[in-house]
Design a protein around this ligand. Structure first.
Ligand code: NAD
Length: 353
């Protein structure tokens, strides 16, 4: 029987090549006059370029955002926002940058404007994450939901092929798990299936022609849809595994998603046949897990847990961490089965149901 709760979230999306130019008017729309611009160290020139465009609207720059929002970095960013008397945070960069802006918004009334440059999807969600003493805590809070998101596909052209595909697979993971979520609903499933379709069509093109603006636009549209899915429903095994491996073994976020998604999908295949049918249809293949495995390798460079630097002797602990606390998953979790899944992911073998 159909039964669900769905809540729309308040956010304004401005999408299109060249839309970065609309940043000044979007700031004015929010009534802000003192913006703190946030980015990662590697994206400093982007920061400076944006600051030049925004002129006197910029109260300060914070270019030390880091992956998984380490609490010390977030505290520095909060202090900077206070010091420059910011009335708005503008995050330009990947999920790490958005994460720091969310860390500020958790404890202040500052609205967030997000200008994403990767496919993480964080810009559409009320989900925050903070890392302290090697442990990442996450939660949902409407205060951290960005008020305005500007998607300018031109800003994604600088992503190298590998980052483009891994970041796209991170977005893909939100859509795949959205289709078998405990709180799935018809509208979320529509967004998820369309997100998979657009990502599957665009990522192989982006990997070969990083400057193809049409493919970049399509991929960014898929990332937007994936963020909407992540914002609306709870995730399952795949995201829990990535969270556990990222936190305990310091594995990189998007790459870990890329490696694990085909195996988590194969694990859940028999328990979520309708979701698998939709994933396969959107990918244009027969087997969802195999299709994802092929897409993950579309740069021609197959990554595995081994190639990401994980040690074989840590696989037992990883299986234990992933099954320690109970959570929703379509197929019941057993430590032995998860250990086998991790073994395949360690070697980078094709997934088997
Ligand atoms: P990231 O933001 O760490 O970026 C990865 C690297 O790519 C960085 O060095 C960055 O400077 C660089 N980069 C970013 N954009 C680029 C571009 N256009 N061209 C070239 N280089 C570029 O990585 P990410 O995968 O976007 O984000 C990961 C983080 O986001 C993790 O901490 C993850 O937990 C979080 N996240 C949160 C949510 C949420 O809803 N809260 C969702 C997804 C991810």
């Amino acid at each position: 029987m159909l039964s669900f709760v769905y809540q729309t979230l308040p956010s304004r999306v401005v999408f299109g090549a060249g839309s970065l130019e609309k940043a000044p008017e979007e700031i004015e729309r929010l009534g802000a006059t003192r913006v703190l611009v946030i980015t990662t160290p590697g994206r400093r020139p982007l920061d400076a370029d944006l600051a030049a465009r925004l002129g006197s609207k910029v109260a300060g720059l914070f270019d030390r955002a880091a992956m998984h929002a380490p609490i010390k970095v977030v505290q520095q960013a909060r202090a900077e926002a206070e010091r420059v008397r910011a009335d708005c945070c503008l995050a330009i960069g990947g999920g790490s940058t958005t994460g720091v802006a969310k860390g500020i918004a958790m404890v202040s009334p500052l609205p967030i404007i997000c200008i994403p440059t990767t496919y993480s999807g964080s810009e559409m969600t009320p989900v925050w994450g903070l890392t302290e003493d090697g442990v990442k805590k996450t939660g949902r809070d409407l205060r951290v939901q960005p008020k305005t998101v500007i998607y300018d596909p031109k800003l994604t052209i600088s992503m190298p092929a590998r980052l483009s595909v891994t970041s796209g697979m991170n977005a893909m993971a939100h859509c795949v798990e959205g289709l078998y979520a405990q709180d799935a609903s018809p509208i979320v499933s529509l967004m998820a299936e369309e997100g998979i379709r657009t990502l599957a069509q665009s990522l192989p093109v982006v990997a070969k022609e990083p400057a193809n603006i049409e493919a970049r636009s399509l991929a960014f549209c898929g990332a937007w849809l994936s963020g909407c899915v992540l914002a609306a429903v709870g995730m399952a095994l795949h995201h829990k595994l990535c969270h556990a491996l990222g936190g305990a073994f310091g594995l990189p976020h998007a790459e870990t998603h890329t490696v694990l998604l085909p195996y988590a999908t194969a694990y859940n295949a028999s328990a979520a046949p309708q979701a698998m049918e939709r994933v396969a249809r959107a990918l244009g293949v027969k087997s969802a897990a195999q299709g994802l495995y092929e897409l993950a390798g579309s740069t021609g460079d197959r990554i595995s847990l081994k190639s990401l630097g994980m040690k074989r002797e840590d696989l037992d602990r990883a299986a234990e961490l992933a099954t320690k606390n109970p959570y929703y998953n379509p197929r019941p979790l057993t430590k032995d089965a998860i250990r086998m899944l991790l073994e395949d992911a360690y070697e980078g073998r094709p997934p088997h149901a």
